[in-house]
Write a new protein. Structure first.
Lengths: 399, 159
């Protein structure tokens, strides 16, 4: 007899859709399983701030709960939050979005990305995106019935995608360009002139651009340019952003999409049937973040910048070449010198020195030969990790 | 240059080399800047925040409100100076409101503080009155939460 709860029934293979079966599991998750059984590990494998959400934001959410704000909100999100978002986009990028029709509050940027792709893609439509890129870009494109077309980017070009390289991959089926700068996993930032070339290309070929700008506020010594703010781009761009990274609010799951009325309407249609609305507590917290959270963002950015410098210099000192990341909170050093693959390197480093990093190959073929190291970790931990990695490099420095 | 002091204020044990790595300012320049700030008393001293209770050491603190008569020509400064020279007075502030000087007093025992207030502070000529509040528990000091704190709750690997 089988115990209750355990099942011996073999489900037919076909019970999982072909589309889902075809998608590889996230390379980041694989590492998580390995790690969860180990102790004393310093993890540079995270993708979120080590700061806790600033207290006044948490306090505002607590207050809203006390007041009984526990209901659904309108599908598009609380009107006050959309008004604050419109004000924010006006002041930071000079963009004027109508809170009624051009903004949608989503469950993190992740949902926004999914909605955007599902709203615009017909089966077989192609989406051009950089390689390496955030793990969800190709996966969500495939899930939405599209075909991800990846443009290799290289360290030589500071992991920026060029308009020329994109143009070579444009076909009759190309529907959109999907970019995310400042970039996860590389920390690359694209400046205004470079983005302008992509914007012009999109206009020439009548393409949409999905721009994931969740790291927009985390830039160091360069200015972030919002793609939608470039001439002629507002209606062509689906701008995705959220509160997770800049305000240290990952667990609240609040993001937003800004774009042309038609697209936002289509995205809202999917959102209302699948998600209904983003959680009200998170939306309440987001209002407070927008109204009062600016000084904390500045403090966190300054702290990340200190850590960034220490990490990049530290890598160079132990023989890992690393281009200077100017945004997000990742460094992406080359491990070429060891002759190992990214996965071998990451596994060995974890086993031998208990430092967790994410193999660059998890983010695409062009990430092979690199590792993603997050510097949203205390300076003491970064310094200890560098010490351990220095020992590791002495043993494995082969080339 | 502000970055140098921001880094030091967080961790006084940082070496000029470490600060240089954090800020991108050459180590020699960091050293020079710190030396100058020490000379100018922009940096007063380097201290450690110790949670004495955790070490099992008894320590008593009191916040003493002092009402004084300001003196012609020197205002509150002269009396403040008389008071801050006592080593028991760890911090001395001029405050607005119901009283004039707020003094943080530390001692080994309540008795020690009581003696200081009644025999040193209260008898001073321009002191009109004092109110002593003994500190019952310290929750946060110099920006540091003494017990509990936030802790790390994030997962070791996340996207």
């Amino acid at each position: 007899m089988s115990k209750t709860g355990s099942t011996h029934i073999k489900l037919p293979h076909s019970c999982i859709s072909q589309k889902v079966s075809d998608i590889p599991p996230s390379g980041i998750r694989k590492f998580f399983d390995l790690l969860s059984s180990m102790e004393g590990v310093i993890s540079l494998g995270v993708g979120e701030p080590d700061f806790v959400t600033p207290w006044h934001i948490r306090e505002a959410a607590i207050h809203s709960l006390e007041k009984g704000y526990t209901m659904y909100t309108s599908n598009q999100g609380l009107p006050q939050l959309r008004q604050e978002l419109a004000k924010y986009l006006e002041s930071c990028c000079g963009l004027s979005y109508d809170p009624e029709n051009e903004l949608l509050v989503t469950v993190g940027v992740s949902e926004g990305l999914d909605l955007a792709l599902r709203a615009i893609l017909n089966p077989g439509d192609e989406v051009i995106m950089p390689d390496p890129c955030y793990v969800a870009y190709p996966a969500c494109t495939s899930l939405a019935g599209g075909i991800p077309v990846q443009v290799p980017t290289t360290e030589k070009n500071n992991f920026k995608v060029t308009a020329d390289d994109i143009e070579r991959r444009i076909t009759q089926r190309t529907k959109a360009i999907l970019i995310g700068y400042p970039a996860n996993p590389t920390g690359a930032v694209m400046v205004k002139e470079e983005l302008t070339q992509i914007a012009e290309l999109a206009q020439q070929h009548n393409l949409l651009v999905i721009s994931d700008e969740v790291y927009a506020q985390l830039v160091y010594g360069v200015e972030h340019t919002c793609l939608a703010s470039l001439p002629g781009m507002k209606d062509r761009t689906i701008l995705l952003d959220g509160f997770s990274k800049a305000y240290a609010m990952t667990g609240w799951r609040i993001g937003y999409a800004a774009g042309g009325q038609e697209i936002i309407k289509a995205m809202t249609k999917i959102h209302q049937y699948t998600m209904l609305c983003a959680p009200i507590m998170g939306q309440m917290a987001a209002i407070e973040a927008l109204k009062e959270g600016n000084s904390e963002v500045g403090t966190m950015v300054r702290e990340y910048d200190r850590r960034r410098r220490v990490m990049v210099k530290g890598f160079k000192n132990i023989g890992l070449s690393c281009f200077e990341p100017r945004g997000a909170f990742y460094a992406f050093p080359s491990i070429n010198i060891t002759g190992m693959t990214s996965e071998e390197f990451a596994e060995k480093l974890l086993m031998e020195e208990k430092v967790a990093v994410v193999p660059g190959s998890a983010f695409g073929q062009c990430g092979e030969g690199y590792i993603r190291c997050c510097y949203a970790t205390s300076l003491a931990e970064i310094q200890e990790a560098l010490k351990r990695m220095g020992r590791f490099m002495k043993r494995h420095h082969t080339r | 240059m502000k970055q140098i002091f921001e880094a030091l204020e967080k961790d006084a044990r940082l070496t000029p080399e470490q600060i240089s790595a954090m800020t991108g300012i050459p180590a020699a320049e960091v050293k020079k800047t710190i030396k100058k700030a020490e000379r100018d008393r922009a940096i007063l001293k380097y201290k450690t925040i110790i949670n004495w209770a955790k070490l099992g050491e008894e320590e008593v603190w009191a916040l003493v409100e002092v009402k004084v008569v300001p003196q012609r020509g020197v205002g509150f400064d002269a009396i403040a100076e008389r008071i801050y020279r006592f080593p028991q007075a760890r911090s001395v502030y001029l405050a607005s409101g119901a009283y004039d000087l707020a003094i943080l007093v530390a001692g080994k025992t309540m008795q020690e503080i009581a003696v200081f207030v009644s025999e040193k502070l209260a008898p001073l000529e321009t002191v009109q009155g004092t109110v002593t509040h003994f500190i019952l528990k310290k929750y946060k000091e110099d920006g540091e939460i003494l017990q509990g704190g936030e802790g790390i709750k994030r997962l070791p690997v996340t996207p």
